[in-house]
Structure formats: C-alpha cells, structure tokens
Design a protein around this ligand. Structure first.
Ligand SMILES: Nc1ncnc2c1ncn2[C@@H]1O[C@H](COP(=O)(O)OP(=O)(O)OP(=O)(O)O)[C@@H](O)[C@H]1O
Ligand SMILES: [Mg+2]
Length: 345
C-alpha cells in the first residue's frame, strides 16, 4: 500500500516570549523529530494526553502549520515546496473535522452557506450545482434538504458534527484529519458519529487521521496508530499488534487506564504518577522518564532510538531496544528510585 502522507523528521517549535516580546525565553517543542507514514485508505490513529502535540502534528500534515524542520510529503510531493496556487489546490484534497461542532461553525451562516462555503471559495460552481451538491452531501451525512436554511443553533451536537462532516467532504477530499471528532458528544451520539465516519470512509475511499485520547475509540476505528508523549513518538505501527502487545510503558499505562483489560506481565495495572511535564526546553533523554514506572538511570540523559521491533511495530524505549553503544552514565541500567526522579536532579 502506498503512503498518502509521509512525515520525515518533522519538528514544530513555538517561541516563548518573555516580558519584552523580542526576548526569546525558550521554545515549546510541540513536535520533535516525528517520522511516520499514513497509508492510502487506512485510518491512522494519533493518541496521547492533552498537550502532547496531536493537533499541532495534524495541522502540519494539512499545511496549516509550517514545520520548523523536516518534510511533509502529500502523495510523495513536499507540501511546502509547492508554488502558492498548487499548494492551495493540494490543500483542498485534505480537510479537517474539529472537536467542537459548535464553535467550528459560524452561527450566523445557515446550513447551505456553511456546507457550500468551500465551494464558493473555490469559485468553480454555479448556484444550482452547489445547491444540488449540498443536498447530496446532507443526505450522505444523515440530514436532509429540509435542513438547508436552518442555523447551527437549531441542531443538537451530533447533528452539528454531521454538518461539519458534510462541509469537510464537500470538495471531494482524499485525506481527512478528524481531530477528536466525538470528544464533545455524549455517549449515545458518539457511536453514531463514529459509524458515520466509517461508512463515509468506505463509500468515498477516504484516508483518515483519527486523533483521540480515548483508546477504546482508536481500537474500534484504526488500522494503524502512533502514540505521542511530549511531542515525540513513543510507539507506532499496526494497531492489532500494539493492542495485543504494547511495548512502551506509556502505551501500557494508556491501555490499562482506558480499556481496563491490559495487565503487565506481573499482572499489575500500571498507574502513572504525576502530570505531563512542560514541553518548554524538555530534557535530553527519554521524555517519559519522570513518570515511567520502569525508568533506568540512563533514560534521563540518553535519548532512545525509535526502532522497528517486529514488522510494522516501532518503539522508542531503552527497556525494549537496549541502550546504544556510547558513553553511558554510571549505573545507567539500574532502576531509578524515589528522589532520583525529581526533575532537575
Ligand atoms: N500556536 C501556538 N503557539 C504556542 N504554543 C502552542 C501553539 N499551538 C500549540 N502550542 C503548544 O504546543 C503543545 C502541543 O499542543 P497541541 O494543541 O498540539 O496538543 P494536543 O495533543 O492537540 O492537545 P489536546 O488533546 O489538548 O488537544 C502545547 O504545549 C501547546 O500549548
Ligand atoms: Mg488537540
């Protein structure tokens, strides 16, 4: 299967400004050196806690954010090397569905205006064609022609998300990023919208990047996935393999927390202490070391390589891959205990 989206060593840094705007205090490393490939026709999951860089990475894929370093290839072409007109045309084939279906729809536009807006901007269709297309789209997402002149406030959360989906597919995209598309919806509607996304994916031959911090949804939806922590990939590859045998302690903890079915070899549930540290000037070693229940002394300073452990199953962890052959701190393979895990020590 060919890759529709390829990221090569992509980093996105945002400057942190101090009291005087021209003084740079540091930088938020929202995404650090991420390489991954999304295959045509699949649903690729992006998982991780709030603030780990999922949205930033997705925005980089669809050209909304320019990477600080690295390349974004859409169908093999470097997105940011395209001339302006070509870039615009290519971007139309990638769309996004957002988390909050209320704030992402302009409340002063009716359904027809909302769904036809991308076509109006493209400027290729007359009014009649657009109206027919909008009705067709509404039917595809489970709404109808009767809804054309109603406003977002007339709809429930689930229906608003359907409007958002109709709008996202209006220009026949091939690549769709769904950024937490059901997090704001209640449980019964949640499943309906996921089913609608699955149905449309099949019918329209779409490729999805599906962002979620809910691993149960990811398990239901995704063929492959990547687990992020503080801007870095911890584990990635085939979803069945990762769910059957999660290798990274972070993935193990996420699965244990959500699905309540995964126990580590000692049959203990892994519970993560503390909160996610700040992505401003993160430490040089493994970004997860402070919260890792199995951290060794070397994890603090030696960055783990991201290696393929079995076919299409990658992990960045010294516990799995072993330490590289280089200068290693004393006692590098001894477990860290108690106060050793306090930041700054
Ligand atoms: N435009 C920006 N300027 C400065 N910092 C930003 C910007 N966008 C994101 N960040 C920071 O980058 C980090 C990653 O943010 P991002 O929104 O990508 O996370 P996320 O994984 O999508 O989180 P959530 O699950 O809450 O949506 C955060 O620390 C955030 O504060
Ligand atoms: Mg986000």
């Amino acid at each position: 299967m060919t890759e529709i989206m390829t990221l090569r060593n992509v980093s996105v840094h945002f400057p942190v400004r101090g009291f005087l705007p021209f003084l740079k205090k540091g930088e938020i490393q929202a995404v650090s050196d991420v390489s991954l490939g999304v295959r045509r026709g699949e649903i690729f999951g992006l998982v991780g806690e709030s603030g780990c860089g999922k949205t930033t990475l997705a925005n980089t894929m669809v050209g909304l954010v320019k990477p600080t370093a690295g390349q974004v290839l859409f169908e093999g072409v470097d997105l940011h090397s395209l001339p302006r007109e070509e870039f615009k045309k290519t971007r139309r084939r990638m769309q996004m569905i957002f988390q909050d279906p209320f704030s992402s729809l302009n409340p002063r536009f009716n359904v027809y205006q909302l769904v036809s807006e991308p076509m109006v901007i493209r400027g290729e269709d007359d009014e009649e064609t657009m109206k027919a297309r909008v009705v067709e789209l509404l039917e595809m997402v489970g709404l109808s022609a009767q809804d054309l002149y109603r406003y977002p406030s007339d709809f429930s959360g689930g229906q608003r998300q359907r409007i958002g989906i109709a709008r996202a597919i209006s220009l026949n995209p091939t690549f769709l990023v769904c950024d937490e598309p059901v997090s704001a919806l209640d449980v019964s509607i949640h499943a309906q919208i996921l089913n609608l996304l699955l149905e449309l994916q099949e019918r329209l031959n779409l490729t999805y990047v599906f962002i979620s911090h809910n691993l149960a949804d990811v398990k239901k939806m995704c063929d492959r996935l990547a687990v992020m922590y503080l801007g870095k990939l911890m584990e990635a590859g085939d979803a069945d393999k990762i769910f059957a045998r999660p290798l990274h302690p972070y993935t193990q903890a996420l699965i244990a927390a959500v699905l309540d079915i995964y126990f580590s070899e000692e049959r203990e549930i892994v519970v993560l202490p503390g909160d996610t540290p700040s992505p401003i000037n993160p430490p040089p070693g493994c970004r997860f070391w402070q919260r890792c229940p199995k951290a060794m002394r070397g994890c603090k300073t030696v960055p783990p390589a991201f290696l393929e452990v079995e076919e299409d199953h990658f992990v960045a962890c010294h516990l799995v891959n072993g330490f590289p052959n280089q200068d290693l701190p004393e006692g590098f393979d001894q477990p860290m205990v108690g106060r050793e895990k306090v930041p700054g020590r």
